[in-house]
Design a protein around this ligand. Structure first.
Ligand SMILES: *Cc1c(COP(=O)(O)O)cnc(C)c1O
Length: 361
C-alpha cells in the first residue's frame, strides 16, 4: 500500500508502522489543539501531558524503580560519553570495558576528565565476543564501571550483567533499550540515543539512580549537562526534543499493547534465532561472533569474497532489503533487526540469503 522497504539500517532506523500512521493522523491537529506537536510550546498543557505520559510509560514498560530519574535530553549518546564522567567522576577514577567502537569512544572521552582505566577489552580478537566476568579488572575505588550493553557495529551483546562489587554500573543501551526486559536496579545509570529503537534522532534517554545526582559539579560543566539540574527541571531546563518525545510515547504505547518487554523479547529472539540459524547453515556466509555474545538486534555476516559481499548488498537493496552494508570497520553485511523490523522482513532476508547462495555458488 505504501511501497515501504525493509530498512535494515543501524540507525536512524525503522519505526513501527502503526506509530507512523498515528503520527500522520495527528500531524496537523494534535488532540484538537489545532496545531502539530512540532509547533506547540513545550510549556503547553498539551505537551506537558505528552512528556508526563512518556515518562510514566517508560517507567511502566521498563519497570524502573522509584528511586531513579528518567531524563529526556539532547546531544545523542555521544554527549553522554562526556556527561557521564562530568557528573559521575568524584575521585576522578573510572573504569571502562572496550568491546567495540562506541565503548572505545566513551573510554577516550572519559580520559579527558580523569583517570580512565581499561578494565577489559576484546580488541585483540576484533571484538567478536564479550569479556567474561573473570576478565574484568574493575578497581574497587572507581567512581563507575562503563559498558556498552549491545555493540551495534560488531553485533555483540553482554549476555550477563557484570558483578562490579559495589562500583556503580553505567551502560550505553542505545541499540538495545526496550528490546527485552532488563533489571534496572542493577545499574546506576543507563543511557540511550533514541534513534535505534525508540524514536527519531534528537532524543537521548538517561535513567539515573537518585544517589548519583550531585550538587557540586566543576564550574565548567555546562548546565544542560548536569543531571541534577535536568532532573529538577523535569527535563525542561531548556527546550526538550518535543517531537521525538511524542514519538517515544507512541512507541511505548505500541510496545505495551503488544504485551510489553517480555513479549518483545520473545519476538526479537525468534527473529534473531532464525537469522543466525540460516547463517550457521550457510556455506557462503559466516557470522564471526561467539554464540553466547550474539546480539539479537544487530546481526553481522560476510562471505569470504568482497566481490560477493558487494553483489549481495546491491541485489538485496534492489529486492527491497535495504541498508545491509556492514560498517566499514567490519565489512560484509549487517542486518539491524530492531523492534520495528517486522518478522516478515527477517523471513524475506533469510529467503534472499538462501536464494542468493544457490544462484552464486
Ligand atoms: C549509535 C550509537 C551511539 C552513537 O549515538 P549518537 O546518538 O549518534 O551519539 C553510541 N552508542 C551506541 C551503542 C550506538 O549504537
Amino acid at each position: 500500500m505504501y511501497d515501504r522497504i525493509y530498512n535494515f539500517s543501524a540507525g536512524p532506523s525503522m519505526l513501527p508502522l502503526p506509530v507512523l500512521e498515528r503520527a500522520r493522523d495527528e500531524l496537523l491537529n494534535y488532540g484538537g489543539s489545532g496545531m502539530s506537536v512540532m509547533e506547540m510550546s513545550h510549556r503547553s498543557k498539551f505537551f506537558d501531558d505528552i512528556i508526563v505520559d512518556a515518562e510514566k510509560l517508560m517507567r511502566e514498560v521498563m519497570g524502573i524503580p522509584d528511586n531513579y530519574k528518567v531524563l529526556f535530553l539532547q546531544g545523542g549518546a555521544s554527549l553522554q560519553f562526556a556527561s557521564v564522567p562530568m557528573n559521575l567522576m568524584k575521585t576522578g577514577r573510572a573504569d571502562y570495558a572496550v568491546t567495540g567502537q562506541f565503548s572505545g569512544k566513551a573510554y577516550k572521552e572519559g580520559q579527558k576528565y580523569g583517570d580512565a582505566h581499561l578494565a577489559a577489552t576484546t580488541k585483540d580478537i576484533n571484538f567478536t565476543r564479550i569479556p567474561r566476568q573473570s576478565e574484568l579488572d574493575i578497581r574497587p575505588d572507581a567512581d563507575y564501571f562503563h559498558i556498552c550493553f549491545n555493540n551495534t557495529i560488531f553485533g555483540t551483546k553482554w549476555d550477563y550483567i557484570p558483578d562490579t562489587k559495589g562500583v556503580p554500573l553505567v551502560a550505553d543501551m542505545s541499540s538495545c533499550i526496550l528490546s527485552e526486559p532488563v533489571d534496572v536496579s542493577k545499574f546506576a545509570l543507563i543511557y540511550a540515543g533514541a534513534q535505534k529503537n525508540v524514536a527519531p534522532a534528537g532524543l537521548t534517554i538517561v535513567i539515573v539512580r537518585e544517589d548519583m545526582l550531585r550538587d557540586e559539579l566543576p564550574a565548567t560543566v555546562p548546565t544542560v549537562c548536569s543531571y541534577k539540574t535536568m532532573a529538577e527541571a523535569g527535563s525542561m531546563y531548556n527546550t526538550p526534543p518535543c517531537y521525538p518525545i511524542y514519538i517515544c510515547k507512541l512507541v511505548l504505547e505500541w510496545i505495551k499493547d503488544l504485551g510489553g518487554l517480555e513479549e518483545m523479547k520473545k519476538i526479537n529472539e525468534r527473529k534473531a534465532a532464525k537469522l543466525y540459524a540460516c547463517l550457521d547453515s550457510s556455506r557462503m556466509f559466516n557470522n564471526p561472533v561467539s554464540p553466547e555474545s550474539r546480539s539479537i538486534m544487530n546481526v553481522t555476516f560476510r562471505a569470504e569474497s568482497d566481490e560477493i559481499n558487494a553483489k549481495f548488498v546491491k541485489e538485496s537493496a534492489a529486492a527491497g532489503l535495504q541498508n545491509l552494508k556492514g560498517h566499514r570497520s567490519v565489512g560484509g553485511m549487517r542486518a539491524s533487526i530492531y523492534n520495528a523490523m517486522p518478522e516478515a522482513g527477517v523471513d524475506k532476508l533469510i529467503k534472499f540469503i538462501e536464494d542468493f547462495e544457490k544462484a552464486n555458488s
